[in-house]
Design a protein around this ligand. Structure first.
Ligand SMILES: Nc1ncnc2c1ncn2[C@@H]1O[C@H](COP(=O)(O)OP(=O)(O)OP(=O)(O)O)[C@@H](O)[C@H]1O
Ligand SMILES: [Mg+2]
Length: 245
């Protein structure tokens, strides 16, 4: 059974079709990259999966349950975690406290105590490589450290599905490689499906994704194993056609 299934999902903004009849399936523990030029619908699709937007057409099945009409706060406890494109940590709280908040409000549905949540935060922080910063106020972190904290907070929710919207943008290639390695290992061990919506960071896509979905003007034009997808003439055309590398 697939973990996430989108059936014919469409989202319009006025006359613009931002997501156009998209079908896709993601299984547990799968690593997926969603790519496409600016405005191709990646963030909109992300927001449909986590419930920020409701689709105008189509349905979303998560873990066997129809979640199409559920608001975001009811999706997170089912196991849908996310990162924000622009990290917004609680600046005066420490890194560890920020990560612990994920543990409190994630899959546990508010049942983890503060000390249990702090324990989970400690484990994740060690694995992500943020140990030396864990007692610092998050507001003092560099942008990359904030992104790492954001990913750690999302992982602390113990999601079955982790959605990342350009979570690695702005990172140094070495940091991307490290992050990709951490994510792959955690995803395998905890059977977390990771869906990463990325535009430019092909390094992250190639390093991480088993499967790549390519969006163009809201429609899915390719859905294939990574190497095959990136070599597809339609993909080359979409990127060159839009004036991108
Ligand atoms: N809230 C909104 N209201 C109106 N139009 C919107 C809204 N959000 C997105 N759009 C439009 O929908 C289309 C898809 O946008 P979206 O942000 O999903 O693309 P994207 O692939 O994430 O782009 P980027 O690579 O720039 O982040 C664009 O034409 C955008 O202008
Ligand atoms: Mg976007």
């Amino acid at each position: 059974m697939s973990l996430l299934k989108l059936k014919n999902v469409t989202k319009r903004f006025g006359g613009l079709v931002a997501v156009d009849h998209v079908n896709m399936e993601i299984s547990s523990g799968q690593l997926i990259g969603i790519v496409g030029p600016n405005g191709s619908g990646k963030t909109t699709l992300f927001n449909i999966i986590n419930g920020v937007y409701f689709p105008d057409e189509g349905s979303i099945i998560f873990d066997g349950k129809d979640i199409t009409a559920l608001p975001p706060y009811k999706r997170a406890p089912l196991g849908i975690g996310r990162t924000f494109q622009i990290p917004r940590p609680f600046a005066s709280a420490t890194v560890k406290e920020n990560v612990a908040i994920g543990a409190m409000f994630g899959a546990s549905g508010g049942k983890n105590t503060v000390s249990q949540s702090m324990g989970i935060a400690d484990q994740i922080i060690d694995r992500i490589g943020l140990q030396e910063h864990k007692d610092k106020p998050a507001g003092l972190l560099t942008p990359v450290e904030k992104k790492l904290t954001e990913i750690a907070r999302a992982l602390a929710m113990k999601p079955k599905l982790l959605l990342m919207d350009e979570a690695m943008a702005g990172m140094h290639p070495n940091d991307i490689d490290k992050m990709v390695a951490h994510l792959k290992q955690i995803a395998k061990e905890e059977e977390i499906a990771v869906v990463s919506m990325v535009e430019h960071i092909m390094r992250a896509v190639i390093g991480m994704a088993e499967k790549v979905i390519v969006l163009h003007q809201g429609a899915k034009i390719v859905d294939a194993p990574t190497n095959e997808a990136l070599a597809d003439p339609k993909v080359v055309e979409v990127y060159l056609g839009s004036g991108k590398e």
